[in-house]
Design a protein around this ligand. Structure first.
Ligand code: NAD
Ligand code: MG
Length: 384
């Protein structure tokens, strides 16, 4: 029985993780959760599990939750996320599942690594912004960091038992998002509802918008560079519209191995939770009788400038990834609140990166400072 400490329990990945825990009550014990927005969901989860710690947004929410669960430890704010990540610090079998959205997930991930706690990571922004810090920490802490993102989980499955020195390139598949058939000109008038209507996946709002701009694919390329310690020029995105192939690895003998499954995030979550064991499926099997073809399309970088920008920021190094992510978080939030148009997301992010003076090898404190400054200046300008 493994204890689970779950950041972002009320989100899309968090809820699916809880479903899995409920399906395997002999294997996992949910000990602690965090939730930022929905007190109803937190109360619902708390009524099903015997939670020892609950992390909420602020003091007001904490007092509401304390009244409902007087025996649990209630914490709040960013420090509450860290309290959760290191709760029961001597529990060496326990796992932290990080299903937060945004760079707010970076500090608790670092805190968990420092107490040698294994981590299942959905929160890709952590690696985008702090990949260099995590990489250094993993050299001195015996921590397993397992990816829940479907593409990275696919690559991880594919490279089992292989000599990673024989990898020629990683081929990361992309659905192309809801606007893959529109010209750039047509993107001027797309609505929020259209952007939120992803063709293959049902996900949280922020990652759904990131998929429409393909910033998500840029983030995933950076994520893969850190996770698999591979040169970014050897990571190639390709459009695979149905999301049946979740990624591929090409080896030096020109053999290409793909991982395929019905697009359902429960598979990568469950694979990471049970690794190295495989368990009976909880997802629909692929039915090849219903698939007439699997097609591929080259990615047009001009069509998706944020994908190109993400790769450039990684190559430039230093704090460019911090600014890229911060500006994107701010711009997506403005778009979700209908303060800006879809294409404004690109111009806001690009201008923030263009105007940034790089800090080499930023510390955690510098990252949080640059993040805040970048977001503040964008919100000040557009949030009227
Ligand atoms: P979501 O928006 O559905 O949920 C996010 C969770 O984080 C919620 O519990 C929310 O309350 C919490 N949260 C948000 N802002 C917070 C803050 N400032 N402080 C503390 N908590 C906060 O997001 P999601 O779709 O579940 O995605 C979570 C992460 O997983 C993201 O990094 C995303 O890119 C990644 N991911 C998601 C999917 C998917 O299918 N949803 C697939 C691959 C990767
Ligand atoms: Mg993904």
């Amino acid at each position: 029985m493994k204890n689970v400490y779950l950041l972002g329990a009320t989100g899309s990945i968090g809820e699916q993780t809880i479903d899995i825990i409920q399906e395997f009550p002999e294997e996992f014990n949910l000990i602690a959760i965090s939730g930022y927005s929905s007190l109803e969901k937190i109360i619902e989860i708390g009524s099903k599990f015997n939670l020892q710690l609950i992390a909420v947004k602020d003091e007001a929410d904490a007092s509401v939750i304390k009244a409902v669960f007087p025996d649990a430890k209630i914490v709040f704010g960013p420090s509450g996320l860290s309290d959760l990540a290191v709760y029961n610090k001597d529990d060496k079998e326990g796992i932290l599942i990080n299903a937060l959205v945004g760079m707010v997930g970076l500090k608790p991930t670092i805190d968990a690594i420092k107490i040698d706690r294994d981590i299942l990571l959905a929160n890709k922004e952590t690696l985008v912004v702090g990949g260099h810090l995590i990489k250094e920490l993993l050299k001195i802490h015996p921590v397993k960091l397992y990816p829940i993102d479907s593409e990275h989980n696919a690559i991880w499955q594919i490279i089992q038992g292989e000599d990673t020195n024989t990898i020629k390139q990683l081929i990361i598949t992309a659905s192309g998002g809801p606007f893959r058939d529109l010209t750039r000109d047509k993107l001027k008038n797309v609505t929020l509802d259209e952007a939120l209507n992803h063709p293959n996946w049902s996900m949280g709002k922020k990652i759904t918008i990131d998929s429409a701009t393909m910033m998500n694919k840029g983030f995933e390329i950076i994520e893969a560079a850190y996770l698999f310690d591979i040169d970014i020029d050897r990571i190639k995105p390709i459009i695979q519209e149905d999301s049946i192939i979740h990624s591929m690895v090409e080896y030096i003998d020109n053999s290409i191995v793909a991982q395929m499954a019905t697009p359902d995030m429960k598979l990568p979550i469950i694979y990471a939770m049970f690794y190295p064991k495989r368990v009976d499926s909880v997802i629909e099997p692929l039915d090849f009788n219903k698939i007439s073809n699997i097609n591929f399309k080259e990615v047009d970088y001009k069509r998706y400038p944020l994908l190109q920008l993400a790769i450039e920021c990684y190559k430039k190094g230093g704090s460019n990834r911090t600014v890229l992510n911060a500006a994107n978080e701010a711009a997506v939030s403005l778009f979700l609140n209908q303060k800006i148009s879809f294409l404004d997301i690109e111009s806001i992010v690009k201008s923030a990166v263009d105007n940034h003076k790089t800090v080499i090898d930023p510390s955690l404190e510098e990252i949080y400072e640059i993040d805040q400054l970048t977001k503040d200046s964008i919100f000040k300008r557009y949030n009227k």
